[in-house]
Write a protein that binds this ligand. Structure first.
Ligand SMILES: Cc1cc2nc3c(=O)[nH]c(=O)nc-3n(C[C@H](O)[C@H](O)[C@H](O)COP(=O)(O)OP(=O)(O)OC[C@H]3O[C@@H](n4cnc5c(N)ncnc54)[C@H](O)[C@@H]3O)c2cc1C
Length: 283
């Protein structure tokens, strides 16, 4: 399939990109193009113009004073291989390494993935789990917990550009892991779960558990988190917590590959496996 005709502009600065987006009604931001271009080819999207932000200075990763900062144009491959990410928020590098295939990882960007908010994408689940903040060119900041609003819909205002994602760093005593059951064709999550667990003196002090892929947006498994806090991370307790995950999955998505009931089941399986590995890494 060929996309509908469109104009193409390349911005050198965020201000120029914003001006181009305002000037051309129906224009869309182009980053890695690995979600937008397929949508255009299927004619699910038919923007009047593309504003390419690839030359904006948003390809950086830094960590200082307990905060990891990832520029929105950092590709999945850059994040996956970054020692700064591995040392400060390893779950993000581990999750990025499992996105799609090498070609997708070489082009797709973290900002594009978050703005697109695909229900099966990995970054929405990961950034919600670590408590990330999403920053934009207009100066707005969104907590990941409230950023994803619906199917392919976020809190972003029209023409606003994601510029940076920040997240708290974690150190020894905290372990993180992302476990997904990937679709065999694309690698997208049929269901996935991200966990961060802090263990002190053999007791779970802090637990963050977020599941994705089963519903239109990632959901926090609040009952499972609360159940584990204050308990030893034994296999029995983890199993009991994972069994609570189904409670937060309202209106699970189903299709020809995996029904809603099956995705709900897989979310529990992924949660148990990811908690076991997160606890292992905390030690
Ligand atoms: C074969 C294949 C397999 C894939 N497998 C996976 C997978 O396993 N897991 C996974 O998570 N993803 C997967 N993806 C999606 C991939 O990760 C995309 O790269 C990503 O979702 C979108 O990033 P992008 O930079 O390509 O954005 P684009 O496609 O350029 O843009 C996507 C949307 O976001 C908007 N946008 C882009 N950047 C910004 C910004 N900075 N600020 C505001 N809006 C912006 C665009 O206007 C557009 O609406 C796969 C894609 C393909 C083609």
């Amino acid at each position: 399939m060929y996309p509908a005709p469109f104009e193409y502009y390349r911005a050198e600065t965020a201000q120029e990109a914003t001006e181009l987006l305002s000037k051309h009604v129906g224009a869309k931001i182009l980053a890695g193009g690995h979600s937008l271009v397929p949508a255009m080819k299927y004619r699910v999207a038919a923007p009047s113009a593309l504003v390419d932000i690839g030359r904006l200075n948003l390809n950086y990763i830094t960590a200082a004073e307990g905060v990891l900062k990832i520029g929105a144009l950092s590709t999945h491959a850059t994040v996956a291989s970054s020692d700064v990410v591995k040392h400060n928020c390893a779950i993000i590098a581990q999750g990025a390494a499992g996105i799609g295939d090498q070609m997708v990882r070489n082009r797709g960007t973290i900002g594009g993935s978050l703005a697109h908010s695909d229900p099966q994408a990995d970054y929405p689940t990961l950034v919600t789990c670590v408590g990330a903040t999403i920053k934009t060119s207009s100066g707005k900041s969104y907590n990941a917990d409230t950023f994803f609003k619906d199917m392919l819909t976020t809190a972003l205002e029209e023409n606003d550009i994601i510029t940076e994602i920040t997240m708290p760093v974690y150190g020894s005593g905290t372990g993180g892991f992302y476990y997904k059951i990937p679709h065999p064709a694309s690698g997208y999550a049929v269901a996935g779960a991200a966990a961060l667990v802090t263990v002190e003196a053999g007791i779970c002090k802090r637990v963050s558990l977020v599941v994705g892929g089963a519903t239109v947006n990632p959901v926090r498994a609040v009952e499972a988190e609360a159940y584990l806090v204050g308990k030893a991370p034994t296999s029995e307790n983890i199993k009991a917590a994972a069994a609570m995950v189904a409670q937060v999955i309202k209106n699970p998505m189903g299709d020809g590959y995996a029904s809603g009931a099956y995705r709900t089941h897989l979310a529990g399986v992924a949660s148990e496996r990811t908690l076991v590995e997160a606890v292992h890494r905390a030690a």
